[in-house]
Design a protein around this ligand. Structure first.
Ligand code: ADP
Length: 402
């Protein structure tokens, strides 16, 4: 069985093709600058690199080029598009409607549409990707995997905001959480790695990349997470502010004469590591600048670490302790310094790192100190593989895992 996984953005389309007989990734590609000048496709199949530059005015054209690249006689991975058994789409916001990945039908498309107000940048793009794939592969079954679905086990005390209840009842204003596919994968993988049943474990998962989120996974179920109605809440991120007292917004809007959209744009795009360091949203640049003595860069890193540590403490408190803390994402997998400082001082809760074991990047491993009661792990995430597995399970008529 061959499954194509698609992640459509407003001007991009990322894809991976899997052979599910052995879960091997056969091809990986990216179409960029869709609908603007300089459209291009880049694809890797093993050692083979394929590049196409041509105008692509919309996602339909991009999807056609994706299929052309996948079936390219020299650089492709398929002889015919008929070999694609199903397509799994990453979708940002499924609201509370979806607790699992689901087969895409009219009802599912309507629900993705209905959740556009909560995912105004991503859901329309995800829909464009789905519709484009449906046009170019009309007979192929499609599945949606939502970033929100793993978090729908949160109890109301964790997902409600302290605003008048009618906003939840009438408008569904609440915490939904994101990166669910990743938190689900790394918590399950952590249990497997430790040789334990996930139902016996309390795990704190830290997905730290351009966007970052934390999750409390109690006996396999999400009981709290740091992102909220949108992916803006929680720890400091590349360009997103994370938690801010809403009164700050009123002050900035009045002072700079900003409207709500402009304010949100600032919180989403000009804040976080970029806004504090004034240098970059990329952790590598910020770490380099800090190492050269840049005060604001160091401050940005300190804020990120402080925020992560607060969530670790909070989640240990609500779960009555933790058995494991898991790091993933570009920063979580690759920054030994950050991991060391997050865990530093957590001896009181039984968590300590072995500095030698921690000197690794991007490999699945246990970095806990010998006597650490709480296991500290690095588990590289693989959201595309989870989406491919869900898609396979659904088209085989099985239920995807919770
Ligand atoms: P996304 O959220 O877009 O999927 P990633 O998970 O790829 O992002 O994470 C990107 C972040 O990971 C960037 O801030 C990048 O600087 C950081 N990162 C990648 N490699 C390293 C590294 N070696 N050391 C520190 N940070 C790294």
């Amino acid at each position: 069985m061959k499954i194509l996984v698609v992640n459509a953005g407003s001007s991009s389309l990322k894809y991976q093709l899997f052979d599910m007989d052995n879960e091997e990734m056969l091809a990986k590609g990216l179409v960029e600058r869709i609908g603007i000048s300089g459209s291009r496709l880049k694809q890797t199949v093993g050692e083979k690199r394929h590049r196409v530059e041509m105008p692509m005015q919309d996602h339909v054209e991009a999807s056609k080029q994706m299929l052309n690249a996948l079936t390219d006689p020299e650089n492709g991975a398929l002889t015919s598009i008929d070999e694609i058994d199903a397509v799994g789409h990453r979708v940002l916001h499924g609201g509370a409607d979806f607790t699992k990945s689901t087969r895409i039908d009219e009802e599912c498309l309507e629900a993705i549409e209905a959740n556009i107000p909560f995912g105004p940048l991503h859901n329309p793009a995800n829909l464009m990707g789905i519709r484009a794939c449906q046009m170019v592969m009309p007979a192929v079954p499609m599945v949606a995997a939502f970033d929100t679905s793993f978090h729908q086990t949160m109890p109301p005390k964790a997902f409600l905001y302290g605003v008048p209840y009618k906003y939840y009842k009438d408008y569904k204003i609440r915490r939904y959480g994101f990166h669910g596919t990743s938190h689900r994968y790394i918590s399950k993988r952590a249990a497997e790695f430790l040789g334990k049943n996930i139902e016996e474990l309390n795990i704190i998962t830290c997905h730290l990349g351009n966007g970052s989120s934390m999750c409390a996974v109690e006996r396999g179920k999400c009981v709290d997470t740091s992102m909220g109605l949108t992916p803006l809440e929680g720890v400091l991120m590349g360009t997103r502010s994370g938690n801010v007292d809403p009164a700050v917004l009123q002050f900035i809007m009045n002072t700079d004469g900003l409207n709500p959209d402009e304010m949100l744009q600032m919180l989403n795009k000009q804040s976080g590591l970029l806004g504090i360091s004034g240098i970059s949203s990329d952790m590598r640049d910020v770490e380099d600048a800090a190492a050269k003595g840049n005060h604001q860069a160091q401050m940005a890193i300190d804020m990120l670490i402080h925020g992560i540590k607060k969530y670790v403490g909070a989640y240990a408190a609500i779960m009555g302790g933790a058995d494991a803390i898991v790091f993933t994402g570009g920063i979580g997998e690759n920054s030994p310094e950050l991991r060391e400082q997050v865990i530093d001082g957590l001896d009181y809760m039984g968590a300590a790192i072995d500095p030698d074991k921690n000197c690794v990047r991007g490999v699945e491993c246990d970095i806990s100190a010998k006597d650490s009661r709480v296991k500290v792990l690095i588990i590289p995430t693989n959201e595309e593989l989870v989406i491919a597995r869900d898609t396979l399970a659904i088209i085989k008529g099985l239920k995807p895992e919770a």
